[in-house]
Design a protein around this ligand. Structure first.
Ligand SMILES: C[S@@+](CC[C@H](N)C(=O)[O-])C[C@H]1O[C@@H](n2cnc3c(N)ncnc32)[C@H](O)[C@@H]1O
Length: 255
């Protein structure tokens, strides 16, 4: 009898530990249309010759003030444009947690790192709603041209908040929606106002803004020292769409 009980208990354990089911993806969030995921077949675009000129990535990276020994998450790392650069800056004692939801992107990054003899990049296959980061592990989470694609912004914001060290910081890079001369499709851009509308109620505060990139915002967010104002949760965009509307990857170029 006891043996049977023990067996039943053991058989039920996997169910207890089963992963949380993925909530439905959204197509809209707080008045913003969520962009489709950039498909890995378009990954060459991320390595285009004029990217440096368009984005001044060298300046963006220097604004991050990266220290040797840091753990940095490159969330939505793609084929590793930024992961490879940052891996040298954190040195042997630091590491890069390179997260993406598309395994072929991670494979391309892995091959590029191997070709350069880099071994401090750990690739992580994230889920749409969960970057699968260790708790309180990151000095910095970098999102370049990614956040606007997240189909589960609320769950991802919560997960980033948890994954940051107490003094950790998020560096959010998004094409400027306020600037009509930036030749990127509207759903792949974000305004500062929209960023505030989504990030502040999630327990973040803006620590610093750098406005010197050619086309993008660079906004630093840390864990808020005080709880968000009650009405921060209610701030709506003019003519706001329902805050949640259920979403697929696209290989279409962004311009
Ligand atoms: C436009 S690419 C940018 C890649 C890289 N950050 C760069 O600047 O070169 C966006 C990347 O975000 C990834 N992505 C989209 N949703 C994601 C999610 N929920 N978690 C992790 N990565 C995601 C896509 O698979 C794609 O590789």
């Amino acid at each position: 009898m006891r043996l049977r009980l023990l067996l039943c208990l053991l058989l039920s354990l996997p169910c207890l530990h089963a992963a949380e089911p993925e909530p439905p993806p959204l197509t809209e969030y707080k008045g913003r249309v969520i962009a489709q995921t950039m498909h890995w077949t378009g990954a060459e675009w991320l390595l285009r010759q004029n990217r440096e000129q368009e984005e001044n990535a060298a300046r963006m990276i220097s604004e991050l003030n990266i220290k040797p020994g840091w753990t940095i998450c490159d969330l939505g790392c793609g084929n590793g444009y930024h992961s490879l650069t940052m891996s040298g800056m954190v040195g042997e004692k630091g590491k890069i947690l390179a997260v993406d939801i598309q395994q072929p992107m991670l494979d391309m990054l892995g091959a590029r790192a191997k070709g350069r003899g880099i071994d401090n990049i750990r690739t992580i296959l994230g889920a749409s709603h969960d970057p699968r980061l260790p708790e309180a592990s990151c000095d910095l989470i970098l999102l370049v041209d990614v956040y606007h694609e997240l189909s589960h912004p609320e769950q991802q914001l919560q997960a980033m908040h948890k994954a940051l060290k107490p003094d950790g910081m998020v560096a959010l890079v998004e094409f400027r929606a306020e600037d009509s001369t930036v030749p990127i499709k509207p759903e792949h851009k974000m305004s500062k106002e929209q960023i505030r509308r989504e990030w502040l109620p999630a327990g973040f505060e803006i620590v610093r803004e750098f406005d010197g990139l050619p086309w993008q915002h660079l906004i630093f967010l840390g864990k808020a020292k005080t709880a968000p104002a009650p009405d921060a949760k209610e701030v709506k965009a003019p003519g706001q769409l329902p805050s949640t509307t259920p979403s697929a990857p696209s290989s279409k170029p962004k311009k």
